[in-house]
Structure formats: structure tokens, C-alpha cells
Design a protein around this ligand. Structure first.
Ligand SMILES: C[S@@+](CC[C@H](N)C(=O)[O-])C[C@H]1O[C@@H](n2cnc3c(N)ncnc32)[C@H](O)[C@@H]1O
Length: 225
């Protein structure tokens, strides 16, 4: 896993400020697809929470007892804490799950696995911090089986303060299975209108966008038996 904290994960931190609008519809898919209809009395974790938006959106729709967001980016965590108001949320700058043994009921990460250097350690730490029957939902489009990824990886490497990994879907499935999880996956299938921005390096063609959010972005569900 990354072993150090950074101020921001992107070299141009202003781009992080736009992530709420870009990621909101994607967080919504995760919330709609999760098996749990209620999070009452539960402790939830958002690993790689950035400025903390996901837990705030989740709480509005499925209130929980306590939400913990962790991220290696100090400035993002500061913003998350400034914005949390009276919600039962704790945001911490850190890169590990050391103190959470069996304390978490449900964990999430959205587009974080590709930035974690030691995925084996991450899967083991997540296994330890989840309660029995606990579930980790992880969304990921930045992986080696996405045909757009070779271009994206080069672009992200130029913008990131963190090392970018190149994990295949099989490697991810094997890693979490080896850690003891039952591994489930589904295509993200974003079933809504997608804003078509001008042709750019990330999405040269309209179909690139449509295919990515339907076919190549994956929602993992790792269940601790
Ligand atoms: C692409 S951003 C996604 C942020 C957020 N999950 C969202 O959906 O908007 C990836 C985030 O993961 C964080 N991150 C990367 N590696 C991490 C690690 N080992 N531990 C904690 N956070 C990490 C980065 O700092 C960054 O905020």
C-alpha cells in the first residue's frame, strides 16, 4: 500500500473540487445496487474518501450509525471534515486500517484500488477490519482489462502524486479470494443519460463513454464469510 501521506492526490488540486459532480451519479449506482436496504445501526467505511462526498450522499439515503472516511490526501480530509456538519462522520488522513479490527459492517471504495500499491495487504486489512458477514463494495474502471486504460494510465501518471498500478480483473479477484473473501462482480451498467463532453483523450468517441460506463467499469462485492 502507499506508505506515505500526500497533500493532494492530484498535482492540480482544483480538479479534485470538480469530482463531486462527476462522481455523484456513479456513487448513486453503488448505493442503488448494494444488497442492504437499511444501514441502521451500522458502521460504514469509505476507503479513499477524498473530500468525503460519498458518505454524505449515502447518509441522506440510507442513514447509518457511524461513517468513517480515510484517505492519504491531507487537504482532502481537511475539506471533508470542514463539510461534514453535524453528520456522524469521522474523516482521517491515513493509509491503513490498523485500528479497525472487526469494527466495520460495510465498506466502500470508488476508483481507489488502482492507486493501492500493495493490494494483497489491502485485501487482508479489509478482511480483518470487517465484521463476519461484512461486505466491501469496490467500484473500478481503471484496470488493465479496460481498452481505454493504457492511455488513461499515462495521463493519470502525469497528474498523480501517487503511483498508478496496472491490475487486471483476474488479479483483483484472485487477491481478494486469497484473502478469504467470497468474490462477486457485476458490470456497472450506468443506466441513465451520460453527459457527452467534447471529444477528449479520455473519451475520444461517444461510444467510448457509453461502453465504459456500461461494460468496463466494474462493481465488486467482496463478502467476508
Ligand atoms: C480517484 S480518487 C476517488 C475519490 C473518491 N473515492 C470518489 O469517488 O470521488 C482516489 C482517492 O483514493 C485515495 N487513495 C489512494 N490510495 C490510497 C490509500 N492507500 N489509502 C487511502 N486513500 C488512498 C486518493 O488520495 C484519492 O483521494
Amino acid at each position: 500500500m502507499t506508505s506515505k501521506l500526500v497533500d493532494t492526490w492530484l498535482t492540480n488540486s482544483r480538479e479534485e473540487d470538480n469530482m463531486f459532480d462527476d462522481h455523484y451519479p456513479l456513487w448513486q449506482v453503488m448505493i442503488n445496487r448494494m444488497s442492504e436496504t437499511s444501514l441502521e445501526g451500522k458502521t460504514v467505511l469509505d476507503f479513499g474518501c477524498n473530500q468525503g462526498g460519498f458518505l454524505q450522499v449515502l447518509y441522506q439515503q440510507k442513514p447509518f450509525q457511524k461513517g468513517i472516511g480515510i484517505d492519504v490526501a491531507r487537504q482532502s480530509i481537511q475539506i471533508a471534515n470542514d463539510r461534514k456538519g453535524n453528520l456522524p462522520l469521522v474523516y482521517e488522513a491515513r493509509d491503513n486500517l490498523d485500528s479497525f479490527q472487526s469494527a466495520i459492517d460495510i465498506a466502500f471504495s470508488h476508483e481507489v484500488l488502482y492507486l493501492i500499491r500493495d493490494l494483497k495487504r489491502h485485501s487482508q486489512e479489509m478482511y480483518t477490519c470487517l465484521q463476519s458477514k461484512g461486505t466491501y463494495y469496490a467500484a473500478l474502471g481503471c484496470h488493465a482489462d479496460n481498452p481505454l486504460w493504457p492511455t488513461w494510465k499515462t495521463m493519470i501518471e502525469a497528474e498523480s502524486n501517487l503511483e498508478v498500478q496496472n491490475y487486471s480483473l483476474n488479479f483483483i479477484a484472485d487477491t481478494f479470494r486469497d484473502a478469504g473473501f467470497s468474490v462477486f462482480a457485476q458490470k456497472f451498467m450506468l443506466n441513465d443519460f451520460i453527459l457527452m463532453k467534447e471529444s477528449n483523450v479520455y473519451f475520444p468517441n461517444v461510444l467510448d463513454s457509453l461502453n465504459y460506463y456500461w461494460d468496463y467499469k466494474i462493481l465488486w462485492k467482496f463478502v467476508k464469510p
